[in-house]
Write a protein that binds this ligand. Sequence first.
Ligand SMILES: NC(=O)c1ccc[n+]([C@@H]2O[C@H](COP(=O)([O-])OP(=O)(O)OC[C@H]3O[C@@H](n4cnc5c(N)ncnc54)[C@H](O)[C@@H]3O)[C@@H](O)[C@H]2O)c1
Length: 306
Amino acid sequence: MKNILVTGGTGFIGSAISSMLVLKGYNVTIFDNNSRGKLKNISALKEAKFIKGDIRNFQHVFKACKNIDTVIHLAAVNGTKYFYEKPDIVLEVAAKGVINIIDSCKERGIKNLFLASSSEVYHFPKKIPTDEKESIKIPDIMNPRFSYAGGKIFTELMGVNFGRKYFKKLIIFRPHNVYGKNMGNEHVVPELLLRMKKNKSKNFFIKGTGKETRAFIYIDDFIKAFELVMTKGKHMQIYNIGTEQMVSINKLCKTIAKIFKKTINIKNKPIAKGGTKARCPDISKIKKLGFLNYTLLEDGLKKVIN
Ligand SMILES: NC(=O)c1ccc[n+]([C@@H]2O[C@H](COP(=O)([O-])OP(=O)(O)OC[C@H]3O[C@@H](n4cnc5c(N)ncnc54)[C@H](O)[C@@H]3O)[C@@H](O)[C@H]2O)c1
């Protein structure tokens, strides 16, 4: 693993992975259409090569895979609002993207492939914390939200079924609510932070009952865990990447309000159809690889605000 292609490399997670890889001495090529990501996100950009292209276009992907021995595939349409607004594109990018990546790897003889999936594949899991053996599902085919989970489930199916035959190291990782600098505003943490900052009245509106829970991981911790998965993870394995610090949305809002020194009165609005009630990963597998400590939520939020 020396010459690495990072698809979606100017995005939130991709730019942090690319920067870490450059610092560790890998030769990094970044592939993105910059529909969401930005070149300025990459601190070590001077040392990396950037290729602008569309993951849905085989020729673009095939060209980008020249002289590459490892692919980290992150390109996706992320951000919950897009799952509802443009589900066809969400699915197209996921499905054509993984097909083009696997076909290009096969033709170029690339043997190491890391595929980004998501905690969304569990939807509302039977067990919390949720381990990687939990079944993955589409609860309602008619709900556009599941374009995203559907694309990720297809990505995983492609990964395992082609991984067995064509790859030496095929690994799937499922990020769980990563937050930090440079993330798009269409995620829960930046959305709440921005609204809390601007909020003039005591009333603070949230979607859902506020009892819904999530477990957040700060981007720097995510990168440490990803590096362990990349270097120590095993072929044909799936790894949750996240933390076990489960908080309710009510508690999250109160923590953010405390940082901004505001007193709030939480008011509820209906939740978007298909949103899950609880999410928290079992991270025993990454702990076995050496992932031990992580940033406490309040400290991570302060870093983002600063
Ligand atoms: N951020 C999280 O908490 C989280 C959670 C679960 C899974 N993930 C997964 O991790 C990966 C990275 O997520 P992120 O938060 O960095 O999202 P992001 O939106 O910041 O990054 C995705 C990148 O893909 C690029 N892209 C989109 N369509 C493309 C196309 N057609 N061709 C080429 N590039 C294209 C975007 O421009 C963007 O830079 C994604 O696969 C996402 O589904 C993220």
